[in-house]
Design a protein around this ligand. Sequence first.
Ligand code: GLU
Length: 282
Amino acid sequence: MYRGRLAPTPTGYLHLGHARTFALAAQRSQAAQGQLIYRTEDLDAERCRPEFALAALEDLRWLGLLWHEGPDVEGPHGPYVQSQRREYFLKVWQLLHAAGGIYPCDKSRQDVARALTAPHAEHEAEPLFPPSLRPPLEHGRDVTQPDGTNWRFRVPDGETIHFEDRLQGPQAFVAGQDFGDFLVWRKDGFPAYELSVVADDHAMGITEVVRGADLLLSTARQILLYRALGWPEPHWAHAPLVVDAQGRRLAKRTAGLSIRELRAQGRTPAEVLTAPVGTLLA
Ligand code: GLU
């Protein structure tokens, strides 16, 4: 059974790019006669707001998207709000810790801030974590709970992570070159994006991850987590990013292009989903 998901982060109103990526996720699950799961990714307590979480549900409903499980319809894999799933994430931290692939790491606040949300392309400027700063292998093995410090996953330097993307074709990223040791747990007591998304896609039985192509590099990191946990990987389908006439990415806050703004201008769901971007900018 195909199971797909919509996983918005409520830090602002959803924009045209979200609309199209989420609609693609919905279409793919429908075409496969599968199920669609809606999950609110609100682990960044400082930037996420309940009104944006509500607005996202409303906007996607207005677009005509239908999901079978989610915060507003419930289902067997809930809660569907990540801030309510800490106990489960803690168990996944324990599994990773027992497998020996992670270590505690004191890094700057800036690093932590970057780990709060999915590293979309604009954040990819993060410098690689220098292997010279890694602690010895046994460091942190006797620790029993993660809080109070950041934890990183030790990547296998020089190993190429290959995967087949159903929309973008074959992909390859080199650990230690394209990305370095990445955060899995934050010192504020919550998991970082890479851990929470893998943990939940697994728990919710997701068979295909549909999301924007700006997360391709994250997929390589997530594959390493699936392997460390001994979990089967889902299939991957990264949607092309929506760009304006100048080829610039539409940021979440681009004025006039939030779904609700377009709706207020009298655009129909069909226009929001299919009209050439240039005509919607007008
Ligand atoms: N909540 C994440 C975001 O909005 C989802 C990323 C993903 O689909 O894995 O960026």
